[in-house]
Design a protein around this ligand. Sequence first.
Ligand code: BT5
Length: 321
Amino acid sequence: MKETLLHMLKAKENGYVSGQEISNVLNCSRTAVWKHVSELRSAGYEIEAVQKKGYRLLRSPDAVTPEEILSRLKSEKLGKKVVYHTSLKSTQEMAHLEAAKNAEEGVLVVADEQTGGRGRLGRSWHSPAGTGIWMSLVLKPRIALQKAPQLTLLTAVGVVRAIEKETGLAADIKWPNDILLNGKKIVGILTELQAEADQIHSVIIGMGMNINQKKEHFPEDIAAIATSLSAESGKEYSRAGLIAAVMLELEELYKVYLKDGFGLIKLLWESRAQSLGKRITARNLNGTLTGFAKGITDEGVLLLEDDEGMVHSIYSADIEI
Ligand code: BT5
């Protein structure tokens, strides 16, 4: 009901919709219409009510609800079904459940807040309410297991392109899963799989994007390494608009990827990667390696040449430049 009402108000663009028209469409009393309007107001919508004219939508909140996302979505498949919760422990967890229930490809789980958002290796991801994008996308590519890391790189390219188109800000990619703006992290990507032997059932791509947080919103432990689009530019952005832009970019890249393979995505990735050709230190569970970042393989694996000229394949690590 609320969704239909919102749809009617939005369709009128600055005009009034009469209470009678709403009560006809929703098939409810005028008092019930008033109740729905009050509910929307408490969800942050500014709605004007004028006698004999009706209701007019003045402002929508910066919400990441299905209504706000779907009204902006231009992709055909990705993000067409949004599973939304105001607060979740982790959208990854919920997306795994959706995937296990055999959800169709493109289902997107979104939460306004995460109470137990996670990064790689059990690290935590700070996900406060109202300011960022915390979402997990379910994909079902028919690809070999060892190619899954390519999807992290594809996602990074898609997110950078979407940010640039929506905000004009040029971000860089740091292998394998970070997106940086002015040297600080604005986005983290977490790719997880549901697979059996060498057969992928689902890939769950988690994206954490810092959008409208102020500098002082970041907790002390990450304040020096993290930032948001807003903290860097001084502007505020529509989170739902950014989600829709990310879905469109990802859909375009994913189509190319499924049809022609990783080649073009690799080129696009390389043109945005800030660590290539530089001296870097890679830390992972196997230890620490320092050397020259030569490039990535067709599988998305990082090649690091050490000071003895030996080339190492790095599958996963934290990188310092
Ligand atoms: C990542 O891990 O960068 C992947 C983060 C993925 C988060 C998304 S949100 C939606 C979905 N649901 C989830 O539960 N997760 C995904 P990693 O490379 O391990 O980086 C984690 C590290 O980044 C932490 O140890 C902190 O140092 C830092 N960090 C934590 N929260 C941050 C934030 N909001 N912004 C920037 N850095 C942060």
